[in-house]
Design a protein around this ligand. Structure first.
Ligand code: ATP
Ligand code: MG
Length: 173
C-alpha cells in the first residue's frame, strides 16, 4: 500500500464508537479471547472512521497474536486537551530493545515472532493513517513483559501538509 493513495474521508466521529465496533468485530472472529474495554467520555473527533477502525484492529490483532491465550488485553481511551487517544495493552512476548527502532519499517518483524503470523505491514500502515490525521502513534514494550501501543488524534484535523496527492474529502483552502 502506498500512503499517497490513501484518501481520508473526514467526518465527526466518537472514537469510543469506533473502538467498540473494532472490539465487536474482533470478538466475533475470536470469541475465545477476552478483551477489556476502559472507555471514557465522549471522544468526538474529526477522522476517517473506517481507517481509524483499521488502526484499532491492527493494534488489537498484534496484542492477540503476540500474547498467550488467557492473558490480559485492555483497550483504553481518553481525552487530553485537544487530542483523543487510544491504547492497547498486552502482557505478551514484548519487542526486543534492539528491534524497537525498526518496528515501523514495512516488512520488518522482530526476531522473537514466528514467521507465519504476519507480514510486518500493520504498524507501518497504521502510523501513516494516524499521521495523515495530524496525530501520532507510538509504543512502549519490554521483552517478555508486554507491550502498549497507542495513538492520539487531534480533535480537529488541520489541512494535511506535505501530502499534496492526498484528498481530504473537501477542497483545500
Ligand atoms: P501484519 O502486517 O499482519 O500486521 P505484523 O503483525 O508482523 O504483520 P506489524 O503489526 O507491523 O506487523 O508489527 C511489526 C512487528 O512488531 C511484529 O512482527 C512484531 O515483531 C512486533 N510487534 C508489534 N506489536 C507487538 C505486540 N503487541 N507484542 C509484541 N510484538 C509486537
Ligand atoms: Mg500486526
Amino acid at each position: 500500500l502506498d500512503e499517497n493513495h490513501l484518501v481520508l474521508s473526514l467526518a465527526c466521529n466518537d472514537l469510543n464508537s469506533i473502538v467498540r465496533r473494532a472490539h465487536e468485530f474482533h470478538t466475533e472472529m475470536m470469541p475465545q479471547r477476552e478483551i477489556t474495554l476502559e472507555l471514557t467520555g465522549n471522544l468526538s473527533c474529526q477522522c476517517d472512521a473506517a481507517l481509524i477502525e483499521q488502526v484499532v484492529l491492527n493494534l488489537l490483532s498484534n496484542a492477540v497474536k503476540y500474547s498467550p491465550v488467557g492473558t490480559e488485553i485492555t483497550i483504553r481511551t481518553w481525552q487530553r486537551g485537544e487530542s483523543v487517544c487510544c491504547e492497547v495493552f498486552d502482557r505478551g512476548i514484548g519487542i526486543p530493545a534492539e528491534d524497537q527502532p525498526r518496528i515501523f519499517e514495512r516488512f520488518f518483524r522482530a526476531r522473537n515472532v514466528s514467521s507465519n503470523v504476519g507480514s510486518g505491514l500493520g504498524l507501518a500502515l497504521s502510523r501513516t493513517i494516524v499521521e495523515l490525521h495530524g496525530g501520532y502513534l507510538a509504543f512502549n514494550s519490554m521483552l517478555g513483559e508486554g507491550t502498549v501501543a497507542g495513538f492520539c488524534l487531534p480533535v480537529t484535523v488541520e489541512e494535511p501538509v506535505g501530502h499534496e496527492q492526498i484528498g481530504t474529502g473537501k477542497q483545500a483552502a
